[in-house]
Design a protein around this ligand. Structure first.
Ligand code: AMP
Length: 284
């Protein structure tokens, strides 16, 4: 596996691959790899000829007071894991090379980025869309793989690729969970054992909604489903709810009735400190 910090060198290597008609896959990450990240890489390794993983803790997608400075990092461990699953190139740029002095361009996806996490984290998705646009231009992949764990992000990147005419297939990869259902996340590393157990309440609340929908076999009203799930989360002392919504997967608009391809999405804060997200499709 090649580890490359330079944008110019990365471009040169990938241009060589394109000349040889290799199909190139990109997996953008912020590192501290767990099995969710590795599943994205395995999918790319299976479906493309060359897999590029970017490892970049993107400062512009963190708001003031968020966890940029303490975001978990393990460069050597990440390289070993990526090499093991067959990644061809790890692109690890420095923030000053991605955002050079005088950088003044932003990419904003309107509509899809407004609600859900976008409402709690102003500017977050502009940071994501800007860095992903730059990565698409640097790597010029044929495919790009994103996790359904960040479902709103995945939809925003679909929209971005379409609107900006990137000739890139954006592929969503299902959420990888721990045995008890907790969605894997680099931020789970912040949780104590007790917090780890309590954090599971978000998954339980989403499962409760899904179970009700499947049991009712008819038209379920989203208001009563959300009320029931919020009650469950509020009973859990250390977790506070940021949002819980049932939305149409395509436009992420809130629904009043569960029908078609819809999904429940939520975010909680554990002990005010640790923000975790999860989601579940409400169809089989
Ligand atoms: P991050 O390093 O957290 O920015 O995540 C990099 C990519 O991995 C994003 O596309 C995430 O959606 C994806 N990802 C993170 N956690 C999971 C998971 N548990 N299952 C599937 N994909 C994930």
């Amino acid at each position: 596996m090649i580890v490359c910090r330079s944008i110019a060198e990365t471009r040169k290597i990938i241009a060589g691959w394109h000349r040889e008609s290799e199909v190139v896959g990109l997996v953008p990450t912020m590192g501290f790899f767990h099995d969710g990240h590795l599943e994205l890489m395995r999918t790319s390794v299976t479906r493309t000829g060359k897999t590029v993983v970017s490892l970049f803790v993107n400062p512009t997608q963190f708001g003031p007071g968020e966890d940029l400075e303490v975001y978990p990092r393990d460069f050597d461990g990440d390289c070993a894991k990526a090499r093991e699953v067959g990644v061809d190139l790890m692109f690890c740029p420095e923030p000053d090379d991605i955002y050079r002095t005088g950088h003044s361009t932003e990419v904003s996806v309107t509509g899809l980025a407004a609600g859900l996490c976008g409402a709690d984290r102003p500017g977050h998705f502009t940071g994501v869309a800007t860095v992903v646009t730059k990565l698409f231009n640097i790597v010029q992949p044929n495919y790009a793989f994103f996790g359904e764990k960040d479902f709103q992000q995945l939809r925003i990147i679909h929209q971005l690729a379409r609107d900006l005419d990137f000739p890139i297939w954006v592929v969503g990869v299902p959420i990888v969970r721990e045995d008890d259902g907790l969605a894997m996340s680099s931020r789970n590393a912040y949780l104590s054992d007790k917090e780890r157990r309590e954090a599971l309440v978000l998954y339980k609340a989403l499962m409760l909604i899904k179970q009700q929908v499947l049991d009712s076999q008819g038209r379920s009203e989203t208001d009563s489903l959300i009320r029931m799930a919020v009650e469950l989360i509020e009973k859990n002392g250390s977790c506070s709810l940021e949002y819980l919504s049932i939305v149409d997967e395509k436009d992420l608009e809130k629904l009043s009735i569960v029908e078609g391809r819809c999904r429940a999405l939520g975010a909680i804060r554990v002990n005010q400190r640790i923000r975790l997200i999860d989601n579940l499709a409400l169809y089989n």
